[in-house]
Every structure is written in structure tokens, then in C-alpha cells.
Design a protein around this ligand. Structure first.
Ligand code: SF4
Length: 412
């Protein structure tokens, strides 16, 4: 652990340009923190939650914030993280461990069958989209976080009426403070996928309802405040010596503020642009990861009718009622899943061959265990609930059936 005395953000000689922003953060932490013996941070490794985490630890270390009995840091690893951010997260976790056992770090992942690629390629559920099929954030981020928090609550053996303070990196800027609005969207520029969900949905999750209180101490920060902290202050030994500069570099270094990329999975099907990855690839050190640009088009392609099944007519649901969406498109065919699997493996192999050649970090978005499980689920003939695999593929023309059951024959 760094033994040098750390600078205090509030000393006159060291005042930050954004001291008002930090001051408000401190006020909120001082108002709510001492009401809880145990704190936790839902950390995604993106810019906002990384700034939140490292600033809090700094404020505690310089004596501005009373130290809680424990600080549980839950790192949400979707297995689809951008490589420089994953590397920075590993280093930040090392820094946290060096600070003593009052900080407990845990890597949180979805169970094998629920992980992004296993769910798509093994179970056959199409990649998520913004309209009807946004299954990913809850499944790969929120539910595993809720399970991890529930386990920690059990370990802490808290009395009935005591709650853990769950800190998130939700950041909405000044306008949001005025509107009291927490965005759930993660598709817009500058957002960090999952943080709004941790703030709004986590407290209601089964097993932890009523047992956590959430706080977003950077809610009012502007993006320039975040970059200043990550790039200039946090990496300096005086403020903790955090490995956060690489996070800012991943988002474009000095241009990061203007680029304002969102944080989320590589190839996120919900984002209109792949700004973060494209920015990373401009850095010669990370340019070897360019095959990852193939993921987003693959996810788009997998949603096409030729790769999916379709209900042939009106659907009778389990409870005997009639489904509202006749002829809806459904899961991926086995051929499509195997095609997707081989494309992902090719992309990963191309990155890793270059990594070996250049002496750079390898990537790991699909490991041997996940690949084996995908192949096993396909071999077992696995379909999502409500599908049995004998439905036609969605590119076969059918008579048109309306929700009331009336039929318009195919025009030939
Ligand atoms: S980043 Fe995209 S793919 Fe990943 S959980 Fe968020 S919305 Fe889903």
C-alpha cells in the first residue's frame, strides 16, 4: 500500500477545478454513509463507476469520509468487456486488495447458461435489441449482482432493520438533478450500461428487497469532471495511484470528452455505433483487436429471418389463451448457432494470434467451458421455452394471420 500522505482535494493549494462537484459528492456521502456500517459498490469497470469507486476510497484515505466497517466492491464481468477496460479493472482490483481487508472485492458473473454468448448460441435466443427483446442487462448484469449482494448480506448477518449502502456510478449531469430523472437507457452517448438498473431495479430484486439503500454520489457530475478525475488526479500517487488513465485512454485520451462513447459489451447490439471499440482501435497498442469489429454485424445478421424460426399461425399459450403476436419470429436455428459460434471463435483466434505475435494481452470472450456448453446445448436439441424446433424458418412465406385469427392467403 502506498504510505505517502495523500493530498486532500479540499486543501486550498490543491483545489480541483471541479471542487463544487466533488463537494456535493462528499456532502451526499457524509449525509448517508454514516447511517450504514457496510457499503457496497456496483462497479462495471466503465468510466463513471470507476470514478465513483476510486474517489470514495480516496476520500476515506484522506480522512474526509469516515471509513465503513466493510466496503464490498462487486465487479460486474459480462465476459464481453472491452479488453483495455478489463485490464484496468484487474489493476484497480489489485490496488483495492492492497488497502486491507476492510475492502472485499468480488468478480460477479452470470451463471454459465445465462451468459451472453451461451444464451444466444447454446439456447438459441436471438441477440437483444432495443424493441422487444432487451433481455441482456437484467440477465448478465442485474440478476448476478443481486445474487452476489444477497450472499454478502447473508455473510454479514445484519440485524433485521439494518441496510447496506449500495453505491452506483449513475451520472446524469446537472439537468438530471433538476428533473430527478434516472436514465435506464444505455444506448445513448456517454452512458454506462447497467448503472441505472443497479440504481433502480436492484433494490427491488428478490432476496434483497428492503435490505439495501442506493446512492449515486456522482449523479451531478459532468463528463469533463469524470475525465479530469480519471486522467489527471486518480492516477497520481497523491490521490491513490489508480490505474484509471487507461480507462480514459480507451475512450480517446484527450479527445475522450468530445467522443463521449458509451460503456458496455463489445459489439453491443443496442448501441447504434461502436464508438468505444473504434476509438480503442485508433491506439496502435490495441489496433490488433480490429477483428472484434466483426461481432456487431454478426449479432445483426443473426436476427435475420433466414436464421430463425417462426410460429406458423396463431399461438395457443400454456394457459390456453391465444398469443397476441401470431407468426412471431423466434429462436436461432442450430445451423445459425453453429455459424455464429465458428465466427466468434475465428474473431477471438485472430485477435489472439496477433496478441501472441506482438506480445500483447490475449482476449477471452468465449472460453473452452462456454464453447463446450454451447455445443452440448445444441447436441441436446435445446430450444427456448415455448418452441420445439419443428416450426418453419422465418424466411418461408406463409399465409398472413392477423391477431383475430383471420387469414390473408399468400399472394402467388
Ligand atoms: S452493453 Fe449492450 S449487450 Fe451488454 S448488457 Fe448492456 S445493452 Fe446488453
Amino acid at each position: 500500500m502506498n504510505k505517502r500522505p495523500q493530498h486532500d482535494l479540499f486543501q486550498n493549494s490543491q483545489r480541483l477545478v471541479y471542487d463544487d462537484a466533488v463537494d456535493l459528492t462528499l456532502q451526499s456521502l457524509l449525509a448517508y454513509g454514516p447511517q450504514h456500517d457496510h457499503w457496497a459498490v456496483a462497479w462495471s469497470g466503465g468510466k463513471d463507476s470507476s470514478a465513483t469507486l476510486t474517489l470514495i476510497v480516496h476520500l476515506i484515505e484522506v480522512g474526509r469520509l469516515p471509513r465503513p466497517k466493510t466496503l464490498s466492491v462487486f465487479y460486474a464481468d459480462t465476459r464481453q468487456e472491452l479488453p483495455p477496460l478489463a485490464a484496468a479493472a484487474t489493476e484497480v482490483m489489485e490496488g483495492l486488495k492492497r488497502r486491507g481487508n476492510w475492502i472485499r472485492t468480488e468478480i460477479v458473473r452470470a451463471p454459465l447458461d445465462k451468459r451472453f454468448l451461451v444464451y444466444i448460441l447454446g439456447r438459441g435466443v436471438p441477440p437483444p435489441n432495443n424493441n422487444t427483446l432487451r433481455w441482456c442487462t437484467r440477465q448478465i448484469k442485474v440478476d448476478p449482482m443481486a445474487a452476489a449482494v444477497e450472499r454478502r448480506l447473508a455473510e454479514l448477518e445484519l440485524p433485521e432493520n439494518e441496510t447496506v449502502l449500495m453505491i452506483t456510478g449513475v451520472r446524469q449531469g446537472e439537468s438530471a438533478i433538476r428533473d430527478r430523472r434516472i436514465e435506464m437507457s444505455c444506448g445513448k452517448d456517454g452512458a454506462e450500461c447497467g448503472q441505472g438498473w443497479y440504481q433502480k431495479i436492484l433494490p427491488e430484486a428478490k432476496g434483497i428487497r428492503g435490505r439495501i439503500a442506493t446512492l449515486a454520489p456522482l449523479l451531478h457530475w459532468r463528463v469533463c469532471n469524470v475525465w479530469d478525475w480519471l486522467k489527471i488526479y486518480a492516477p497520481s500517487e497523491d490521490y491513490g495511484g489508480w490505474a484509471t488513465r487507461v480507462i480514459a485512454d480507451a475512450y480517446g485520451g484527450d479527445e475522450a470528452e468530445e467522443i463521449n462513447a458509451r460503456t458496455g459489451c463489445i459489439g453491443c447490439p443496442l448501441a447504434s455505433q461502436e464508438k468505444a471499440l473504434e476509438t480503442i482501435l485508433l491506439n496502435p497498442d490495441w489496433a490488433y483487436l480490429s477483428p472484434l469489429l466483426g461481432l456487431k454485424p454478426l449479432y445483426r445478421e443473426l436476427r435475420e429471418p433466414r436464421h430463425r424460426l417462426r410460429k406458423a399461425g396463431v399461438e395457443v399459450l400454456k394457459d390456453g389463451s391465444i398469443g397476441k403476436n401470431p407468426q412471431r419470429m423466434g429462436p436461432l436455428t442450430f445451423e445459425a448457432r453453429l455459424m455464429g459460434l465458428s465466427r466468434v471463435l475465428e474473431i477471438q483466434a485472430a485477435c489472439n494470434e496477433a496478441a501472441e505475435r506482438l506480445g500483447r494481452p490475449r482476449i477471452d470472450i468465449l472460453n473452452a467451458e462456454e464453447e463446450a456448453r454451447i455445443r452440448e446445448l445444441i447436441d441436446l436439441g435445446t430450444w427456448p421455452d415455448g418452441w420445439d424446433g419443428d416450426e418453419p424458418t422465418a424466411d418461408i412465406p406463409l399465409n398472413l394471420i392477423f391477431p383475430d385469427g383471420s387469414v390473408q392467403p399468400l399472394l402467388v
